[in-house]
Design a binder for this molecule. Sequence first.
Ligand SMILES: NC(=O)c1ccc[n+]([C@@H]2O[C@H](COP(=O)([O-])OP(=O)(O)OC[C@H]3O[C@@H](n4cnc5c(N)ncnc54)[C@H](O)[C@@H]3O)[C@@H](O)[C@H]2O)c1
Length: 266
Amino acid sequence: MNRVQGKVAVVTGASSGFGRGIAKALAAEGAKVVVGDVHEHPNAGGFEDDPALTTVEAIQKAGGRATYVSCDVTKADQVEALVAAAVAEFGRLDVFVNNAGIYRNGKRLHEFTEADLDVCYEVNAKGSFFGAQSAVRQFLAQGDGGVIINLVSTAGLQGHPNQSVYNISKGAQANLTRCLAIEYGKDGVRVNGICPTYAKTSLTRQLFDDQDFDRVFTESIPLKRWGEVDDIAQLAVFLASDESSYIHGDLIKVDGGETLCRYSVD
Ligand SMILES: NC(=O)c1ccc[n+]([C@@H]2O[C@H](COP(=O)([O-])OP(=O)(O)OC[C@H]3O[C@@H](n4cnc5c(N)ncnc54)[C@H](O)[C@@H]3O)[C@@H](O)[C@H]2O)c1
């Protein structure tokens, strides 16, 4: 308990999936949390414990502190306003989690449209860039550092079949993590990326429900199971906390051993 006591954390895309799990876990460990998302209720088709509740309601029900701010991460002014709202509500910013993301798969590279490429890049890469800019500006103004966590993917570390537009955007996020770590370490800003394989959220529901995909994917993972939101949320708490004070610029896999294997899911 209290591993991030008193810290102020902004989590983008926190109405559903990983972002929601991270927001709840941070609040349970004492953080004051700002939920930024394009809508307040969780996506349909997810695996949430309490889908009727917004993330803020779920946190408050558990005795934590949180507020919601409408924010589309592809709009720089809205991301600036998200950070400003965190400072107005809770006095400062300590942790910024670039989690909002979208997924596009199911086509070979020559079949994707420019619109597929643009939307992945806009939300996943540009959204994280704006998040990092706004967080860093606030951290520099405060003068005592901070933490940025980027939700990347094993797709940012290697190639996967039939999802090139997603992989390109995740590769950009991985390199954003490295650039930020090099530039802002001297300012006490710690930056890391979390790289999950497929985990159970609304983003992967269609794949989870595809019995052939489920069988081949599960078989390809040494731990023989899908990732769970809590696997990612607990790592995010560790990276947000002072327990990880010398971990910087890392891209940490949460993949049940996926990237050790030769298998690919086509
Ligand atoms: N689920 C997985 O298997 C998996 C694996 C690796 C990486 N990731 C990454 O983790 C992150 C979260 O994914 P998830 O599985 O929880 O997805 P999800 O679809 O369950 O939740 C994503 C949330 O982001 C929000 N969002 C989407 N576009 C937004 C925008 N423009 N501005 C603000 N919010 C926006 C959605 O409203 C939603 O609440 C993403 O970056 C994703 O690429 C997911």
